[in-house]
Ligand binder design. Structure first.
Ligand SMILES: CC(C)(COP(=O)(O)OP(=O)(O)OC[C@H]1O[C@@H](n2cnc3c(N)ncnc32)[C@H](O)[C@@H]1OP(=O)(O)O)[C@@H](O)C(=O)NCCC(=O)NCCS
Length: 269
């Protein structure tokens, strides 16, 4: 991410985002370690203040890299430079774009050295990424945060597959609460998702105020090994949303390169 890139954001490679498209950008947050200052240059004053409050340098730089990447990605869909983008924040902290932003919805998730950024015009979207790891308190977290049905699905999963199934459920639930914008203000036990990472994801139940389960599409996001990702969009699968994954490359002349083509929407049930 250089100042030159900041100026040339409207290049010939600006992505075309059709109404039903969802673009997911995969970011390696270590890729800009040698360009820390140029990343910081893209941030707003309040973002720099927030960066300054991180206790550990590594955490600060991963966060700065994720915000800079978010700005660069969004700038490709808007008639703005990365530094010109204004975020405002919902009641529960969801960053959003101003109304005159062409109906663009986005969501960001970071985990360890990676981030995912989802962009769509179709409907509010949420994305979540987790690094697979052993959690000593996994069963206690599931008991506290997962619905009875999800806990039951987890118990029925063979022990060797349970850790992945746990994170599959976690990321799907987080994606939903990020799509609604409520974050943890939406009780995690108040809705249910499918748990098995190898089966098509779906919302199984949700409170009426968030629509019917058929109003929701959940997708698995295949990303780097040892990571698991999920995306939720409040748009029915029958509308055939189309997912495209792209690699975010922070180069002076090519900010991005597609890594995969059109992937049909997975059936949700
Ligand atoms: C903030 C929250 C929405 C997601 O946090 P998270 O999973 O820890 O972190 P992620 O990297 O996936 O997402 C953080 C991003 O979500 C976005 N975000 C913040 N609040 C949000 C909200 N209310 N709605 C949607 N997106 C939100 C921001 O872009 C944020 O990025 P930033 O930190 O760079 O500003 C919230 O769900 C949370 O704190 N979760 C804690 C994790 C937990 O206990 N999970 C239990 C799972 S069963």
């Amino acid at each position: 991410m250089t100042k030159r890139n900041n100026r040339n954001h409207q290049s010939a490679t600006s992505p075309v985002l059709a109404d039903r498209d969802i673009h997911v950008w995969e970011c390696d947050l270590t890729a800009t370690d040698d360009r820390r200052d140029t990343c910081v240059d893209l941030l707003s004053g309040d973002e720099r203040d927030r960066a300054g409050r991180f206790r550990f340098d590594d955490d600060r730089m991963r966060w700065v890299a994720s915000r800079a990447a978010l700005r660069c990605v969004l700038s490709r869909y808007l008639d703005k430079t990365p530094g010109q983008i204004d975020f405002y924040y919902g009641a529960n902290g969801k960053p959003e774009l101003k109304r005159n932003s062409g109906g663009l919805h986005f969501s960001l998730s970071h985990a360890a050295d990676r981030a995912l950024i989802a962009v769509t015009r179709s409907a509010p979207v949420g994305i979540d990424l987790e690094k697979l790891r052993e959690l000593p308190d996994r069963d206690a977290i599931a008991a506290a945060q997962f619905s009875e049905g999800e806990q039951c699905q987890l118990r029925q999963t063979p022990a060797a597959d349970r850790s992945r199934a746990f994170f599959s459920c976690w990321t799907r639930k987080e994606a939903v609460i990020k799509a609604t914008g409520e974050g943890l203000a939406m009780p995690l036990k108040s809705f249910e998702v499918t748990v098995d990472p190898d089966q098509p994801p779906a919302v199984r139940s949700i409170e009426e105020c968030y629509g019917a389960i058929s109003d929701w599409t959940l997708l698995n996001i295949e990303t780097a090994p040892e990571y698991i990702g999920a995306l939720a969009v409040r748009a029915p699968a029958s509308r055939e949303v189309s997912l495209k994954q792209r690699q975010f490359v922070a180069e002076p002349t090519a900010c991005c390169e597609p890594v995969s083509g059109r992937i049909p929407c997975q059936p949700t049930r």
